[in-house]
Design a protein around this ligand. Sequence first.
Ligand code: ADP
Ligand code: MG
Length: 732
Amino acid sequence: MKGGKINFTRHCFCPCSSTDRTWVCGAHDRGSIPRGGIGNGRRKTNMISLQTKIEELTRVGKTVAGRLKKLGIVKAQDLIYYFPFRYEDFSKRVSIAELVSGEHVTIPCTIDLIKNRRSFKTRKFITEAVVSDDTGTLKAIWFNQPYITKVLVPGEKIFLSGIMDASYQEMQFINPTYEKQSNDTLNTARIVPIYSLTKNVTQKQLRFLVKQAIHLADVMPEWLPDHIIKKYKLWPLQRSLAQIHFPESFEHIAKAIHRLKFDEVLLQQLAVYNSRRQIKNGIARQLKFQKNNIQEFVSSLPFTLTRDQKIASWEILKDLEKEKPMNRLLEGDVGSGKTIVAAIALLNAALQKYQSVFMAPTEVLAFQHYDKIFNLLTPFKLHVALLTHSKVILNGEKIAKKILYKKISTGDVDIIIGTHALITDDMKFKEVALVVIDEQHRFGVGQRKILKEKSLEKKYSPHFLSMTATPIPRSLALILYGDLDLSIIKEMPQGRKKIITKIVLPRERQAAYDFIKEKIESGELAFVVCPLIDPSDKLGVKSATQEYIKLQKEIFPEIPVGILHGKLKPDEKVAVMEKFKKGEIKILVATSVIEVGIDVPTATVMMIEGAERFGLSQLYQFRGRVGRSHLQSHCFLFSSKASEKTRARLHALIDAKDSFDLAQKDLELRGPGDVFGTDQSGFLDFTIAQITDIEIIQNAKMCAEEVMGLPLAQYPELEKKLQEQLKSVHLE
Ligand code: ADP
Ligand code: MG
């Protein structure tokens, strides 16, 4: 904290356990703060800093460190930036006599009696306690946690937090959170943060660890100048980081989140400004409209282009004729037919022997694009290559990487389709004149620069087209991405039918399976998407495998079922997808890693297990995998939770016009405790901010303009942050 200017009314978090209610007491301001000693921890005398490895914290050994790593927590600083996604409000304290069923409360009480017994039927441990205060006594029960009797002993004064359940004859507290009474609780008697967890890491444990590191929030440098903070009514960074974990009130949570979102959008905006400066001076190749050939190509397609596809293609072809590099975003909902528009642009460049690059986010998608474009463009005798980590193909034949590199550098390949390998591999293009990037929300600030650097001929900047299924409103897109032009495909290809979306109750499960069987018998295909059981199973191996075995062995023994999860190698994934497309696999069980953009027109059933566990934008993306032909498609949502809230969310999916509409509905549906969800990442590369944060985005844009005009030498922390940002964009 700078010179102790800001006086916060909260406990001193520093290890002296000072009772003076300032943020960090004078003795421990900045720098060398010993760790431990902040409440429940054992005191250790070592120092910790933002860079301290997590293993050096109290109660973290190798095993725990390994688990935390799965959550991306390696250093003390990562703990500070590991934000809760929700809160539980246990700040209301009541006496036993005041207890009301269904309310979130904390009861200060004393343990009178506590003992373990085994359940008669299941032989599982049940811990029962009788607790009391001046107004009465109450029974508390915990299942399967026999160690509690070692932690809590009669006579101890504790807080119990939870929701009272009065459905039993006597009032009792089931599985309440317990903690010894103090003024500095972590798990009870306050607004409690809820973190996303991994196997064998508990909320209590994470809170304890965050608490050990939280005083370091105070040594996080404030990178924004004072006058900016004042003008945009922001909270200081340090205070925001502290309050997002251990808030004093919901107002504080809102303020903290506002600041952290603002930071995130502001940094994105600064990157946009920076790239704009670079683009401004570039000159691009003028690519003439190859009218006859393009018309011939369009009329050779098995369908007619929609009006919006024609307009978008026209806008792109016009841009390509200019000397100014094209900077265009093509928006079109899932299944609206963006790929063909990209193909027209690629063909137009290739016909006049200019190289173009088509980048996709995954190998499966790159392969799909390659396959489609190579086949469609066959009559033009062009050279089309696929380059990913596992596959190197030229004109339908496997080829050695080295030979392909050579051909690309001499200009013997017209269209190069691939993944990030295209920019990370050590290869040179002759001269990239056009770049198309599929399904990326971040607007290729870094890629453009890198691709230019990888061209042997460096005089010209490439034209740039980015495609996304997120229908961001025009005004917002302009703010988010700067000076770009926008083409929008609103209209779906003719003959598409609305996907019938249904919430399936547990008793209707068998009927849904029967329905799938019927569809498969008539030659159609089905997807089954399963949620991750726990976040450490990031690749979804466990959850998908369990479902796969169940479906193949018990439900559909005579139908070929396949599986797609994150652990498969890229070429294995491509192989599974090919089998599915050919119908050798008829039901594909997949995790949420199921690729965006996958196009299998005969797939008509999308079954989503544990639908309540997915973000609405994710559900929307999954559903978009079907409904890609004239066939009637169905989407079945299974949910083990029948709560009102879950139902409302799933209904929002059924009712939403498009995914932007859905994002807004999602926001309206959240309660005060659900501040943001990690599942929102479907839209942009923001971790906290969302596209519905229009006001923050507008202000951050204004602020970015201001910041760009500041004399950086006078603001060293700002300069440092900008340097870091530039580095990360470059590596993007
Ligand atoms: P997305 O916009 O989601 O990337 P795709 O480009 O993958 O969509 O197209 C979805 C499907 O629609 C593909 O199978 C494609 O061949 C088909 N398609 C594209 N345009 C049309 C059209 N005008 N009429 C009929 N089908 C079309
Ligand atoms: Mg696509």
